[in-house]
Design a protein around this ligand. Sequence first.
Ligand SMILES: Cc1cc2nc3c(=O)[nH]c(=O)nc-3n(C[C@H](O)[C@H](O)[C@H](O)COP(=O)(O)OP(=O)(O)OC[C@H]3O[C@@H](n4cnc5c(N)ncnc54)[C@H](O)[C@@H]3O)c2cc1C
Length: 398
Amino acid sequence: MKRFDIGIAICGGGVAGAVCAGLLAESGRSVALIEARQPQWQPPETDFDLRVVAISPGSARILASAGGLALHNPARRAEYRRMQVCAATAAVEFSAQEHGLDQLGWIAEVPALQQAQWQALDRRGQVHILAPARVDSMELRADSVRLGLDNGQTLRAGLLVAADGARSRLRQMAGIITEQWHYNQAALVTHLTTETANDGIAWQRFTEHGPLALLPLPDGRSSIVWSQPDGRIQKLLAMDEDDFLDELNAHQDSPFGSGLSCSDRHSFPLIRRQARRLVHQRLVLLGDAARNVHPLAGQGLNLGLADAAALAEVLESWQPNQDPAAALARYQRWRLGAASLIASGIHAINEIGHGPSPFNTGLMGLGFRVASRLWPAREAFVKRACGLDADSPRLSRS
Ligand SMILES: Cc1cc2nc3c(=O)[nH]c(=O)nc-3n(C[C@H](O)[C@H](O)[C@H](O)COP(=O)(O)OP(=O)(O)OC[C@H]3O[C@@H](n4cnc5c(N)ncnc54)[C@H](O)[C@@H]3O)c2cc1C
């Protein structure tokens, strides 16, 4: 069996890992991408996948630098120019125009983003792709990392990036302690047809059970993400479509009117995770392998893409024959700080947002009033959510 010697090995070719591979290869690194499941190519006429994400303008720039944006079919993404967030007693609205932006972001399917980025890697031909292949063993040494794959291949790399998702095997093998918070909630997702088309508003309401978001799809439907206590989720999944729509409509007063029909319904368990460290010797965690956040602010993949750009930035002056410790320490400080701030903010909003007490409702109302009236707070919020603030990687700001 062939043994590879490579500068940087990336385990996990989801969107974050594949983008990281593209950015590092673009900066002249020798990169191998190991992915357990070869992505399935999606015919253009297939219905929109239920796994959709909000992509910020900063993330779109990162995707563009990695080559994936140019190959992503524009007919499969919907831009949103306004965002409305409502709670029991208050509401707040943001618009791209008032912040000098063309849009606040796009809604796009995870598989289509992954497919576009893999096509970009394929066309540029700079990355050694090992797929389907699963990393089975890892040995961290002072000057290198040895990997064993389930197909019998072995690799020696100067650096190993774990982009292998929320239940990262590499993170576990390295013994990195990870804090976990079970929300006892799951996110119910479906695509909803409403009385009027959603032509570009990301709308969200904090309902008594959890946050409900209606996000625009290119065909005028809304992709809904409704976080629900575990006890209710099975009931909502088991209901027939009419009963489900009655229940949903009782909780949504979006500008698009009532929901008239919906696609299949699925659910994803919600767990917050945060690895205590992102670097262990020559292993670096990135994307969901580094942390998971509640989907209410649509930040999970955006954080992963910022990780990829930040890693490429700190490694700019690193040579493979040098110790990467200083560059990796900078990455860890930067990304632990930035992501923890966002994750804690999202966590607090979720906790306050669906608490039924007058104290919670009052606190939420106060927060919304501040966000509505205090321009510096609004501007800072929008800049950070869009990946355009001073702490964002250079690629997402430029
Ligand atoms: C309901 C919901 C809504 C969301 N909405 C948003 C949103 O609006 N905006 C946003 O930014 N984010 C959102 N997210 C989060 C977002 O989907 C994730 O953060 C993102 O998809 C994670 O990407 P990743 O590449 O880090 O990990 P993954 O997509 O999990 O990729 C990991 C890859 O590693 C591979 N792998 C695993 N183990 C091995 C191994 N041992 N060897 C080789 N390969 C391996 C897997 O096959 C997989 O392809 C949402 C999540 C949910 C559940």
